[in-house]
Design a protein around this ligand. Structure first.
Ligand code: IVH
Length: 743
C-alpha cells in the first residue's frame, strides 16, 4: 500500500526521519542546557514549537525510532508509555450526592450499618473536594520512592520523576512511619492556569484540571517542572504504623510532616455538614482553585474500618457536589448511535457552548421517552415538553459525567415537527424494537450489525478487558473496515499475525516494527484471567464487578460456561413465567379482579419438565450475591444465541484462561464458603455481617440451596433454617459466627 503523505510532511524540505533526528538532537541539547547547565539555549516558545513539530512527525510515522524521544505525551498515547505500578492498596473513588436528603440518607445508612441509635454521637470531617487528579506518594524510610496516578484504581502510572518536580510534595519526611503512602490531589491554581494558557504551552487546556493532568502525565519531567502544579493531601494508602486513630488526627499528622492539607472541619450533625457545604460554596469563587463539592468522612478510623468498602467506593465517605453549571444553546440536530448491545442512543449535536469551563458540543438525550418528554412509566418530565432539532436547550454538566440536556425553551421553537425516533437501525437497517418494560430501543441485527460488532470489539480491547497495547478503539475500528485484515470478531485478533502476510506493516501509519510489536502484545494476551475474559465478552448487565463476582464464584472458564449452559432452559422458563405474570396483572386490572400471579407463575414453571440440573443451576446463578435474574437472563441469552455463542467458542479456542485467583483471605475459616444470613443479628447489622463475610473470602447468598455451606441464624429465623435442616446445611448462631468472623 502506498504511503499517504500527510499535510505536515515535508515542511522543512527534509525527509521525515532526518527532520525528526535533527529536532531530537536540538531538543536533547536544549534539555541538557536548561536542566544541567542552567543556561537555556532557546526560549520556551522555540522549544515548544520544535517539540510540537517532532510530535507531529512521530504521530504521522509510527516507524520513526522514539525510545527516549523528548516529545512527551504530545500526539502519543501516554498511558502506554509510563511504567505501570500496582497500588499496594486500591485507590477508590467516592459516592456522589447532590441533595441534602442524600446526605441525610448517608448518615442514616451509616447509623444503621453500625447499629448506632439516632442520638449516638457520630463525628465526621468535612473538607473541600478539589478538582484535580489523584496521586499516591510512597515514602519508605522517609524518602519519596514512588509516585503513581490512580489509573484504574488497581494499577496506575509511574510518574515519580514528575512528582519530584512539584514543590508542594516533600521529598523527605522526618518522623514518618517506615512505609507511608500519602494520597492527595494534584491541581493547578486559576492564576497559574491563566498564565500557562496565555504563554502558549504546547496546547491550550480547557480547564485547570486538564492542564494539571496534561502536565503531570508528561514523559519529560522537564516539562512538568515548568508547569506550576500543586498538591493537597487528603488521605493515605499503605502505612506500616497508624497515623492516628481519627481521620482529622491523621490529616493533622500529615500536615505536621509537611504536606499541604485541606484542614478538615469536624462536624457532629447533619446541619453542621450542610452548613459547611453552604459556606464552602459561598467561598468557591474566591479560593483561587477549582473545587467541585465537599467530602464528608467518618472521623473515627475504627468505624471507617468496620464500615469498609463497596466495589469502588468506601461506605464511610461521601462527596456532596455543588450544583451543575448550566448554559443555553441551540440543538443543531439529533444523531442516533448504536451501542455494543444494540441500544439506539440519541445524541444531541449542539452549537458549541462553554459549561463550567469546558466547551460542550455533544450531550446525551438518554432515550426516545426522554426526547418525547416522559419518563419510563409514561409520566411527564419537563412538564411534557418534547425536544426537537433547532430548539434552544439548557445543557448541564455534573462533575465528570457526560453533558445532559435538562430543558427546552418553547418560546424560541421554530420546528413544527417532533423528533421521529427511528424504528430501524440507522446502521444496518434491521428492526429496532423495545422490549416491554425497557426504555431503550435496540437493533435486532446482533453481531451482523456493523455498529454492534465494532462496539463489541472496542469494548473487548478496552482497558479493563483485554487491554492490548497498540490496539485501541481506533485501530480495531480500522481493522474491522479493512477487507484484508478483516477483524470482525474478537477471535480474528488472535489469528491476525498468521493471516497478515505483511499487510499490517504496509498500512498507512504502520511499519514492520509497530506490526511486530502489536503481534507480540496480542500474543501476550492469549493468557487471560477469567474475570477479564467474562467482562470482555461485553454481555449486557455484566460489568466489571459482576464479571469479578462470577469468576470468583465459578473459578474456571469450564465451570462457568457449563453452569450458564445448564441454567439456560430454566432462564427461558423464568422469562416466560414473568411475561405470563405481567399479562395476568394487566388482564386482572382490566377485568377488575385480583391477579392470580403465583398460580400463573407456577403453571408456567410446571408446564413441562426441565432438564436435570437446570433449576439448580439457575437458582445458583441468580442466588450469587449482587447478581440478579436480569443479569442472569442476559448471560444465558448471550450463551444460547447461536451467532454470539459461535463467536465466544471461536475466541476461546485461542486462549488459555487463568482460573480466578483464590481470595487473599485463603487462611480465614470461611474463605470459599457460601454463607446465608437469616433472622436477627444482635451484635452486628446484616449489612456489616455480609461485608465482613465477603472481606474474609466467603460468598454471601440470599437463599439456602444445596450449595450453601453455612447458615448463620439469629433469633426469629424461619423458612431458611427449616430448608437448611432439610438439606443438612450447617447452622450456627451469632456467637459462633462472631468467633469465625474474627478471621
Ligand atoms: S477522599 C477512598 N478527599 O475525588 C476515598 N478525595 O471523586 C478517597 N478528591 O479520587 C478519596 N478532593 O481524586 C477525597 N478531600 C478529598 C478530595 C478527594 C478531591 C478526589 C480524589 C478522588 C475523587 C473521587
Amino acid at each position: 500500500m502506498a504511503e499517504r503523505r500527510t499535510a505536515s510532511d515535508g515542511m522543512s524540505g527534509l525527509e521525515p526521519a532526518a527532520e525528526a533526528a535533527a529536532l531530537r538532537a536540538e531538543l536533547d541539547a536544549a534539555n541538557l542546557a536548561y536542566h544541567r547547565d542552567d543556561a537555556p539555549l532557546m526560549d520556551d516558545a522555540a522549544y515548544d514549537a520544535r517539540k510540537r513539530r517532532l510530535a507531529e512527525l512521530e504521530a504521522a510515522h509510527p516507524d520513526l525510532p522514539r525510545e527516549d524521544s523528548p516529545t512527551g505525551q504530545v500526539g502519543a498515547a501516554p498511558s502506554e508509555k509510563f511504567a505501570k505500578v500496582r497500588h499496594a492498596q486500591r485507590m477508590l473513588s467516592l459516592e456522589n450526592a447532590f441533595a441534602p436528603e442524600d446526605v441525610a440518607e448517608f448518615l442514616s445508612r451509616i447509623r444503621s450499618f453500625l447499629n448506632l441509635g439516632p442520638d449516638a454521637p457520630l463525628a465526621l470531617t468535612a473538607e473541600p473536594k478539589i478538582d484535580g487528579l489523584s496521586l499516591s506518594l510512597r515514602y519508605e524510610g522517609g524518602r519519596l520512592v514512588q509516585a503513581a496516578t490512580r489509573g484504574d484504581g488497581t494499577t496506575g502510572e509511574n510518574v515519580t520523576a514528575n512528582a519530584l518536580t512539584i514543590k508542594d510534595i516533600p521529598q523527605r519526611l522526618d518522623g514518618a512511619p517506615e512505609v507511608l503512602e500519602v494520597r492527595g490531589e494534584v491541581y493547578m491554581s486559576h492564576a497559574d492556569f491563566a498564565a500557562l494558557n496565555a504563554e502558549g504551552a504546547e496546547r491550550v487546556f480547557a480547564n485547570p484540571r486538564n492542564a494539571a493532568a496534561g502536565s503531570l502525565r508528561q514523559l519529560d519531567p522537564a516539562v512538568t517542572a515548568r508547569r506550576p502544579l500543586r498538591f493537597f493531601a487528603y488521605g493515605w494508602g499503605e502505612v506500616s504504623a497508624p497515623l492516628a486513630d481519627t481521620q482529622s488526627g491523621a490529616i493533622a499528622r500529615l500536615a505536621a510532616l509537611g504536606f499541604p492539607t485541606t484542614a478538615p472541619r469536624l462536624c457532629h450533625t447533619l446541619d453542621e455538614l450542610l452548613g459547611f457545604w453552604a459556606e464552602t460554596e459561598q467561598a468557591r469563587a474566591t479560593l483561587g482553585f477549582d473545587i467541585d463539592g465537599v467530602v464528608y468522612k467518618v472521623d473515627d478510623l475504627g468505624l471507617q474500618q468496620r464500615l469498609g468498602f463497596r466495589a469502588t467506593t468506601p461506605r464511610w465517605a461521601l462527596a456532596h457536589k455543588f450544583p451543575a453549571e448550566l448554559a443555553w444553546t441551540r440543538l443543531a440536530g439529533i444523531d442516533i448511535q448504536v451501542g455494543r448491545t444494540g441500544a439506539l442512543s440519541p445524541v444531541a449535536r449542539l452549537d458549541p457552548v462553554t459549561v463550567g469551563g469546558v466547551v460542550v458540543s455533544n450531550a446525551t438525550l438518554h432515550n426516545e421517552d426522554y426526547i418525547a418528554g416522559r419518563d419510563s412509566r409514561g409520566a411527564p418530565i419537563r412538564d411534557g415538553r418534547d425536544i426537537r432539532a433547532g430548539d434552544w436547550v439548557q445543557v448541564y454538566r455534573a462533575g465528570d459525567v457526560i453533558p445532559k440536556v435538562a430543558d427546552v425553551d418553547l418560546t424560541r421553537r421554530t420546528n413544527p415537527e417532533p423528533f421521529a425516533f427511528p424504528e430501524t437501525c440507522p446502521d444496518c437497517g434491521s428492526d429496532a424494537i423495545r422490549e416491554p418494560g425497557d426504555s431503550v430501543r435496540r437493533c435486532t441485527g446482533g453481531l451482523g450489525c456493523p455498529a454492534q460488532a465494532i462496539e463489541k470489539l472496542r469494548h473487548f480491547v478496552s482497558r479493563a478487558a483485554f487491554d492490548i497495547e497498540g490496539l485501541g478503539a481506533k485501530q480495531v475500528e480500522a481493522f474491522y473496515a479493512d477487507p484484508e485484515l478483516a477483524v470482525r470478531e474478537p477471535a480474528d485478533i488472535f489469528t491476525l499475525a498468521a493471516r497478515d502476510e505483511g499487510r499490517l506493516a504496509a498500512r498507512d501509519g504502520w511499519g514492520p516494527r509497530s506490526a511486530e510489536n502489536l503481534f507480540a502484545a496480542i500474543e501476550a494476551r492469549r493468557h487471560v484471567p477469567l474475570a477479564r475474559l467474562i467482562f470482555a465478552l461485553g454481555i449486557r448487565h455484566v460489568g466489571e464487578v459482576a464479571a469479578g463476582t462470577l469468576a470468583r464464584h465459578y473459578g474456571t472458564w469450564d465451570a462457568f460456561r457449563d453452569a450458564v449452559d445448564a441454567a439456560a432452559p430454566a432462564a427461558a422458563r423464568h422469562r416466560a413465567a414473568e411475561e405470563a405474570v405481567a399479562a395476568e396483572r394487566a388482564a386482572a386490572q382490566a377485568e377488575g379482579r385480583r391477579a392470580a400471579l403465583a398460580a400463573v407463575r407456577k403453571a408456567v414453571w410446571d408446564a413441562a419438565p426441565l432438564p436435570d440440573g437446570a433449576q439448580a443451576a439457575w437458582s445458583e446463578l441468580v442466588g450469587i450475591d449482587g447478581f440478579g435474574a436480569v443479569a442472569a437472563e442476559a448471560l444465558t441469552a448471550a450463551f444460547s444465541a447461536p451467532a454470539e455463542r459461535g463467536a465466544i467458542d471461536r475466541l476461546l479456542a485461542h486462549l488459555t484462561v487463568e482460573p480466578a485467583a483464590a481470595p487473599q483471605t485463603a487462611g480465614s475459616a470461611i474463605a470459599g464458603l457460601t454463607v446465608v444470613f437469616t433472622g436477627t443479628l444482635e451484635r452486628m447489622t446484616r449489612a456489616e455481617a455480609k461485608a465482613r463475610a465477603e472481606a474474609l473470602g466467603a460468598k454471601v447468598a440470599g437463599s439456602v440451596s444445596s450449595k450453601t455451606d453455612l447458615l448463620v441464624a439469629g433469633p426469629g429465623a424461619g423458612s431458611k433454617a427449616t430448608r437448611a435442616a432439610e438439606l443438612g446445611v450447617r447452622v450456627i448462631d451469632e456467637d459462633e459466627w462472631l468467633a469465625l468472623a474474627q478471621g
